[in-house]
Design a protein around this ligand. Structure first.
Ligand code: ACO
Length: 334
């Protein structure tokens, strides 16, 4: 993706929030035909976090943003633009961004929700980056936030064990150093994959009705095997493509930051990039698939643990419903 603007964008602050309620695999064992061993072996997930019934996704988004403001000494009124990628907004409208903006008093910002499923974070990140690169804005917040527990059918062992709730935020700011921050991105969509992973009802095609509710059409539906295969291919191919385009060898990469959908997808992607396990950010065992939150939550946790340093080359990679997929190459700065 060309940057003809005067600035590069860099991540100047990062934070995450996961709810307190821990849901272990043994909870699903208690009422579904599944086992802790099956879930760990086939997905790598040991537990996930759930928001309470009265906590919508905006609650998690606000928590993550408040933590970022506090930790990095940012004031709400400094934010120019807020983008929230999510498949689980509080409601269709008003947008979750408007709800969060009001709750936190970010009175000088505008913003919008974005829908690109598991690629939501990197699509939103690259959208925010454009406003920084052009000089239009000085502070852009991108906040992946999800309440996947509200979208997963509790009686479907094929999907419910995979997902969790949470939120993570990054702040983008401009730098005149064009060799640091977000350097490049390759993003794709292929709508022919739409049938393999979807939430069929709740939109204008199938508005809520007794029939849609009875048939469970407001839940996540997927052909897991097809999504698995496409995810490995999509994430690995686009990651290798961005490495080649930027003359990066495996040894130049500090970390691959992959979307956390399934540990086996992550491992297969890393193998194809010739990256050892210690160069792959992983937190799926603790949180499951939190859709637009997985990648920024990895960044935030590894940053807090002191595992990231200025100048590290990172490849962010994702694959999700749509199909949507892509990779971002960035040099870490904080
Ligand atoms: N416990 C026990 N058995 C299960 C469970 C479970 N929780 N879930 C599925 N099974 C069964 C299936 O019913 C099937 O049984 P059958 O052979 O009698 O029909 C059997 O296990 C094997 O099913 P597969 O689909 O082949 O299992 P697989 O090893 O592929 O794992 C999984 C399934 C985990 C869903 C995997 O395909 C996957 O991760 N796919 C990616 C999908 C995904 O991550 N989607 C989320 C959003 S998209 C994204 O983020 C990329």
């Amino acid at each position: 993706m060309n940057n003809n603007g005067p600035y590069n964008a860099y991540i100047s602050a990062v934070s995450h929030y996961f709810p307190e309620k821990v849901v272990t695999n043994s909870y699903f064992e208690s009422y579904l035909d599944t086992t802790d061993a099956w879930i760990i072996e086939r997905t790598g997930i040991k537990e996930r976090r759930y928001l309470e019934d009265d906590q919508p996704v905006s609650y998690a988004a606000c928590k993550a943003i408040e933590r970022l403001f506090e930790k990095f000494n940012v004031k709400p009124e400094e934010i120019d633009l807020l983008i929230i990628p999510t498949v689980s907004p509080d409601m269709i409208y008003p947008s979750t961004v408007c709800i969060v903006q009001d709750k936190l008093g970010m009175k000088n910002c505008w913003g919008y929700d974005m829908l690109a499923a598991c690629s939501g974070f990197i699509f939103a990140l690259m959208t925010g980056v454009q406003f920084i690169q052009s000089g239009a804005h000085k502070k852009v917040l991108v906040v992946g936030a999800e309440k996947m527990s509200a979208l997963a059918n509790k009686n479907d062992r094929n999907t419910v064990v995979l997902f969790g709730d949470g939120a993570s935020a990054v702040l983008l700011e401009p730098t005149t150093n064009k060799t640091t921050g977000i350097i490049d991105a390759i993003l794709h969509i292929d709508g022919s994959g739409g049938k393999y992973l979807k939430q069929p009802a709740g939109g204008s095609l199938h508005p809520a009705s007794i029939e849609t509710v009875t048939k469970g059409m407001h839940y996540v539906h997927q052909d897991g095997r097809t999504v698995f295969k496409e995810a490995v291919k999509g994430m690995a191919d686009v990651s290798l493509e961005i490495m080649k385009k930027n003359n990066l060898k495996s040894e130049d990469i500090a970390y691959l930051v992959p979307h956390q959908a399934n540990l086996r997808i992550i491992q297969a992607t890393a193998d194809r990039m010739n990256l050892s396990r210690d160069k792959v950010m992983i937190n799926i065992h603790k949180y499951g698939n939190t859709t637009s939150t997985t990648i920024p939550s990895c960044l935030s946790e590894y940053y807090e643990e002191g595992k990231l340093k200025g100048g590290d080359n990172l490849i962010l990679a994702s694959f999700g419903a749509g199909f949507t997929w892509g990779a971002v190459y960035l040099k870490w700065t904080i």
